[in-house]
Design a protein around this ligand. Structure first.
Ligand SMILES: [Zn+2]
Length: 529
């Protein structure tokens, strides 16, 4: 997730010469702090969110005390998470085969239960994983496809055993990110089966701009366990590209039981409880379970209703750590009012040595650079990217989409949600936001660009994120703010824990208010909707 500096450097050089060259009649855009050049890692994959170099003016934010928990004023009723119907098997000792076929589950969502032992110093994690998979595809399945992202790294993933309903599986192939398991007997529609896996990760060193792996004081585990990919007329597991995201996830119920050294703090998208000698996390209706571990985390906490927001940061970054906690708390409040109740018990905002931000269910990573740049207020990369990643809890987490073929459905909505955030919390910053986040890049390109026809990181993000935000702004004007808000609420409700497509988006939009947007479609979309 590195920023494509070569492109960016060329871009800045061009911009600065332009700015210095022709002082245009229009008010000269805000001048930015000198760009900090960081040697580009040629193998790095580009940033998932376009952002600005440091600087930008700040408006004071209410200060936040690092008290155990400070409740926000407004009371937002949140639906308590359902109790897990899938009784977890008794904790196996790592390496032993867990008991066979747990009782049937009522939820059609896949259930993942993991028992993991994290060796923070040794940089390994060993796991017994159970997956109860319900075949809701409508067809008989003779094979099941798993995404195994750690297998994209050398010497990282070791599968020790895999079984189905208690019987060891022998015919499966693992190549790159794809594991294909051929079933001895096809799995009929509307029936369920249970897979049990035992695997070990030798956690690789994190690349300077990546998320997954270990750093000198932190281990980030993202897309770290095998998961069954969606089946939509075929198994959906795309090839990665140097930009954007390629993974598509079904919504599932996930329970992690973990053992770790006592001095290690874990950041995750759920509030833990004790399960015997294990620390247990449970997430319902999540796409994936990510975590970050460190023996140097400082933690500040706040609440919105019964949602707990925790900011995990490192020594020397307290201002940023508490600043993003305040902004994050406001974002949860705003988006819960504007879209739907926040879908999890808690949110973890985690500082990490990377170049931008990255969203997971109930957990977002933000670049240390942003914390270092932050001097308070609601402007700057920490604020804008932080709010962007939090908005992904709704657009990616709650409402799923095809990140490879239709990334605008989460990225344009997450980017435009920044504007909705400023409108509801810092309206004086709206025009600053347009300049700082969007128009500085002079975005163009079709919003319905996929990761495969993006052309470059810059062209891709300009089209999907930034031009996407312009499209949504014009759509809102055309629909009327009230209708637009009603539309987004119904979109969140109708596709909650499901998958939405561009066709779904426009069908519901027309259902909400039937206005002519043919000119907007011509201007912003290559496809017809
Ligand atoms: Zn994003």
């Amino acid at each position: 997730m590195t920023r494509h500096h070569t492109l960016r450097i060329a871009y800045y050089a061009l911009l600065i010469t332009l700015l210095s060259a022709c002082a245009s009649p229009t008010p000269t855009p805000q001048s930015f702090a000198p760009f900090i050049l960081i040697t580009q890692d040629p193998n790095a994959s580009p940033t998932s969110t376009p952002f600005q170099p440091s600087g930008g003016v700040n408006t004071a934010l209410p200060t936040f005390t690092q008290v155990p928990s400070a409740t926000a004023t407004s009371t937002i009723t949140l639906t308590p998470p359902p109790t897990l119907t899938f009784t977890p098997p008794p904790p196996p000792t790592v390496g032993s085969v867990p008991p066979t076929s747990p009782p049937p589950s009522t939820s059609s969502r896949a259930n993942y239960i993991l028992y993991s032992t994290l060796d923070f110093t040794g940089k390994t994690i060993t796991t017994d994983q159970t997956i109860r998979y319900y075949n809701g595809t409508g067809v008989a399945l003779s094979e099941i496809v798993f995404s195994v992202q750690p297998n994209r790294y050398g010497n990282t993933f070791a599968l020790n055993s895999i079984s189905q309903d208690g019987t060891a599986l022998t015919s499966y192939s693992l190549s790159g990110q794809r594991m294909t398991v051929s079933l001895p007997i096809s799995l009929q529609p509307n029936t369920a089966t249970t897979f049990a896996l035992n695997f070990k990760l030798n956690i690789p060193q994190k690349s300077a701009d990546g998320v997954f792996g270990y750093d000198f004081n932190q281990i980030n585990l993202v897309d770290w366990y095998p998961f069954i990919v969606p089946y939509q007329g075929g198994w959906v597991l795309y090839d990665p590209m140097p930009w954007g995201e390629h993974l598509v996830y079904d919504s599932s119920d996930i329970e992690l039981n973990i053992k770790k050294d006592s001095d290690v703090v874990i950041a995750a998208g759920a509030t833990p409880d004790q399960n015997g000698e294990w620390i247990r996390y449970r997430m319902y209706g999540a796409r994936t379970f990510a975590l970050s571990a460190s023996n140097e985390f400082l933690v500040s906490e706040s609440t919105v209703g019964n949602v707990v927001i925790r900011s995990y940061y490192f020594n020397g970054y307290k201002t940023g750590g508490e600043g993003i906690l305040s902004l994050g708390t406001q974002a949860i409040e705003t988006f819960s009012e504007q879209y739907a109740p926040y879908p999890h018990q808690s949110l973890a905002i985690v500082q990490s040595d990377m170049h931008d931000g990255m969203e997971y269910d109930g957990l977002v990573f933000l670049a240390s650079d942003f914390y270092g740049q932050y001097t308070g207020g609601s402007r700057g990369n920490l604020a804008t990217i932080g709010v962007h990643e939090i908005a992904h809890q709704w657009w990616y987490g709650m409402v799923g989409n095809d990140h490879a073929l239709e990334p605008w459905l989460d990225e344009a909505l997450a980017t435009y949600s920044e504007r909705i955030f400023y409108e509801n919390n810092y309206p004086a910053n709206i025009s600053w936001w347009w300049q700082f986040r969007v128009d500085y890049f002079d975005p163009s390109g079709y919003v319905d660009t996929s990761i495969y026809n993006g052309g470059s990181f810059r062209l891709y993000t300009n089209a999907v994120y930034l031009n996407g935000a312009h499209f949504l702004d014009e759509l809102r004007e055309r629909m009327g703010h009230g209708n637009f808000s009603k539309f987004l609420k119904e979109y969140a409700r109708r596709y909650s824990h499901g998958h939405a497509t561009s066709a779904d988006f426009f069908a519901l939009m027309r259902e909400t208010v039937n206005v002519d947007i043919s000119d907007l479609l011509d201007k912003y979309f290559s496809g017809s909707y």
